[in-house]
Design a protein around this ligand. Structure first.
Ligand code: DON
Length: 318
């Protein structure tokens, strides 16, 4: 009946969401494709069988199956929410001038993308643009900026998020490439503060611990015009949600963003620890966790489960 829903463009079947979440988990649980990230040493040790699927609806309801309470590092998914916080502070025009909104067509940690674009990071979802965005976080010191990131993302999640010290240290010891990207940004005059301190705040933000359930609630806050549907707290403005979702649609899955939008039709963001959040504006969000990734760094089972739910619930925007 998934095909039927897709063919008729029927309205979302929220009455069946509980059943469909369980079905999405069961369908892809034994799907073994992909490899866990190993360029951050500690991520290589994660159990590849972990798999959680969670849906949060804008009315505050949660539906889940599998390992939805298991914590993992948010990684690049943090970029979407830090971008929203910085837009909330300065307005999207300032951020857009500095960071951009276009896809690079290149991997998330590309140095060449920066060189090809006169040091312009192009968008806030690749590492260069995320570093430039984190550099703009309100706060007088890196410690204050980090605290504002942590509390800001916690408001999206509706609970206090904590740093995973093991992931933070593992990445800090090996993130030479991000330090190089930050230095390059500095050389082009795109970062005004100490680039290595910016990398440190960014590395911490990537090491915040979340669950698939948190991702669903964080995404549903963007779906709900900036109000967390579980806590009822306004986190950012409706305009900032629109800005963030537009950027996610074009860049959230890196160089695979076009294929993702074509097949799944929802703004989304992935992280190398295996999380994905996909947002259905005005309706809710899907949060998934499964560590094995494709070659662009996107969770394989997460993409499949999200594709299934997008079709079954009739969420594709197009
Ligand atoms: O900076 C990095 O490389 C990581 N902290 C985050 C990369 C990431 O999650 C890419 N996403 N799929």
């Amino acid at each position: 009946d998934v095909e039927q829903v897709a063919a008729t463009g029927a309205l979302p079947r929220w009455d069946r969401v509980e059943h469909l979440v369980v079905e999405a988990h069961a369908r892809y649980r034994d799907h073994a494709a992909g490899d866990v990230a190993d360029y951050i040493p500690v991520l290589a040790a994660v159990d590849p069988a972990l798999f959680g699927v969670s849906v949060a609806v804008v009315d505050g309801e949660l539906h889940e199956a599998g390992d939805t309470g298991v914590e993992f590092s948010v990684q690049s998914i943090s970029k979407a929410f830090v971008y929203a916080l910085v837009c909330e502070a300065y307005g999207h025009e300032t951020v857009r001038d500095r960071v951009g909104v276009n896809n690079t067509g290149l991997p998330f940690n590309s140095v060449m993308a920066l060189e090809l674009n006169d040091g312009h990071p192009m968008n806030p979802m690749v590492n260069a643009g995320a570093l430039a965005t984190t550099a703009m976080m309100p706060g007088g010191t890196p410690a204050e900026q980090w605290e504002n990131v942590r509390t800001g993302l916690s408001r999206f999640a509706g609970r206090p998020l904590e740093l995973d010290g093991v992931v933070y240290r593992s990445e800090s010891e090996t993130n030479i490439r991000n330090r190089a990207i930050a230095r390059l940004l500095e050389s082009y005059g795109r970062i005004e503060t100490d680039p290595l301190e910016v990398v440190d705040v960014y590395t911490r933000q990537c090491a915040l611990r979340v669950t698939a359930r948190d991702l669903a609630v964080m995404g549903a806050t963007l779906a709900d015009g900036g109000v967390n549907p579980v806590t009822g707290e306004r986190v950012v403005s409706a305009q900032v949600c629109r800005d963030t979702l537009a950027v996610l649609a074009s860049t959230g899955l890196y160089e695979r963003s076009g294929e993702w939008l074509f097949e799944i039709g929802l703004p989304a963001k992935s992280g190398v620890a295996g999380g994905i959040v996909a947002v259905a504006p005005g309706k809710g969000a899907i949060g998934t966790f499964s560590p094995p990734l494709d070659s662009a760094g996107n969770s394989v089972r997460g993409q499949r489960a999200t594709a299934y739910l997008s079709r079954a619930l009739g969420l594709n925007l197009f």
